[in-house]
Design a binder for this molecule. Structure first.
Ligand code: NAD
Length: 368
């Protein structure tokens, strides 16, 4: 994860935007302002070698423009890597709208944003992210066709969570194969943090596989209902880090693999859906190794969602999306192989695979 601190350390503070773009190889950053609607947004296109830059739009009350810029640049680069590792022909992009999604979001602002997306003529394709809902995407879609992840009723692919959960499940099987020599998860103790769209789907698959599952969520009703229906164990929010487990599956928030949790977690594998699980990848990506924990890189195992959206662009077919998501198993194993062979943390091996595919396909495109 790149932080403002990284930029400062790289001595680029005097040329914040272009310096950062150059340091992390971004192609284009578009600043959008509209006084009439109050829209203030940034669209970041990291890389379009593999295809159009696809990534969601996040609406958030950023404390400063620098914070918004840092977020959009970091997230767009993450999208390039996620799509590259997933073997799909999409580049990486992301957009942020600066503001409170509860009080400042309205039709005019979103449609104005849609016009900015449209002005990029398909180089950037947007989707839902934090602070945005289905209705918001409909408004954006009124001004541009370059919107993905639409509901099925609008001709889209609908909720991507089942495909994401399936990918995480396969990533977990790959991690089990690497750690214990068999990809059966039967009998394994799995702690799932967050039983929302992805977490619930994952828990259902794990129970079917014969795992002993422990869950937690801030939504107490949901926890109660799932515990009763699936006979899984429920624990409090903080207690999840201390349960007896083989596998920790973060499916709620980012940055939960940090100094505190690593001093408590007694798992052998970390594999879940949440984005940016390592609080600081250069520190905690190494700490997990010292603790004997195998970390399945988040953007590799949670790529089911982007794979699903990719097939929406191609003319949606859930079977094809699921079949493609099956590659997550072999990709995860390949990352473990490279990490071992080259003595790298697994996140670094995943970054390397992603960068290599972008470079290789870039060369292919040079030929007529
Ligand atoms: P969601 O909002 O449906 O579910 C998240 C769940 O986490 C909610 O039930 C929420 O109550 C719970 N939660 C929030 N804070 C918590 C806490 N402190 N402790 C325990 N539970 C907490 O989201 P989702 O779509 O299921 O996605 C889960 C994660 O996976 C997110 O980080 C998301 O960015 C990532 N992800 C999702 C997809 C997808 O297809 N939906 C794809 C890739 C990555």
């Amino acid at each position: 994860m790149i932080t403002v601190k990284d930029i400062k350390q790289s001595g680029l503070t005097d040329k914040l935007v272009l310096g950062y773009m150059s340091a992390f190889d971004h192609e284009q950053v578009v600043f959008c302002n509209d006084n009439a609607t109050g829209l203030k947004a940034i669209i970041a296109i990291h890389n379009t070698v593999l295809g159009p830059a696809l990534g969601g739009t996040r609406m958030w009350s950023y404390k400063s423009e620098a914070e918004a810029l840092n977020d959009v640049l970091r997230l767009s680069r993450g999208m390039s890597f996620k799509s590259s590792c997933a073997g799909i022909n999409l580049g990486g992009g992301k957009a942020v709208i600066i503001g409170d999604s509860k009080t400042q979001k309205n039709e005019a602002l979103l449609r104005r944003f849609g016009k900015f997306v449209d002005s990029l003529a398909g180089k950037y394709i947007t989707a839902e992210d934090v602070g945005m809902g289905t209705r918001d995407m409909e408004y954006i879609h009124m001004e541009t066709d370059f919107v993905s992840g639409l509901p099925e009723a609008m001709g889209g692919s609908g909720d991507p969570s089942p495909v994401t959960a399936y990918g995480v499940f396969l990533g977990m099987k790959a991690a089990a194969k690497e750690k214990w020599g068999s990809d059966s998860l039967s009998g394994k103790k799995v702690a799932v943090q967050g039983v929302g769209h992805v977490g619930e789907n994952l828990v259902r698959q794990l129970v079917k596989e014969g795992c002993k599952v422990t869950i937690c969520d801030i939504n107490e009703e949901k926890v109660k209902q799932l515990a009763a229906e699936l006979k899984v164990t429920a624990v409090g929010l903080d207690a999840i880090y201390d349960v007896d487990m083989d596998i920790y599956a973060p499916c709620a928030l980012g940055a939960t693999v940090n100094d505190d949790s690593l001093s408590r977690l007694k798992c052998s594998v970390i594999c879940g859906a949440a984005n940016n699980q390592l609080a600081d990848e250069t520190i905690h990506g190494v700490e997990v190794i010292k603790k004997g924990i195998l970390y399945a890189p988040d953007f590799v195992v949670n790529a089911g969602g982007i794979i699903n959206v990719y097939y929406e662009l191609e003319g949606y077919n859930r079977e094809r999306a699921l079949a493609h998501a099956e590659n997550i198993y072999s990709t995860t194993l390949e990352i473990f192989r490279i990490a071992k062979a080259e003595n790298l943390p697994t996140y670094a091996a995943a970054n390397r695979i992603a960068e290599k595919r972008i470079q290789d396909i870039g060369k292919v495109k040079l030929s007529f």
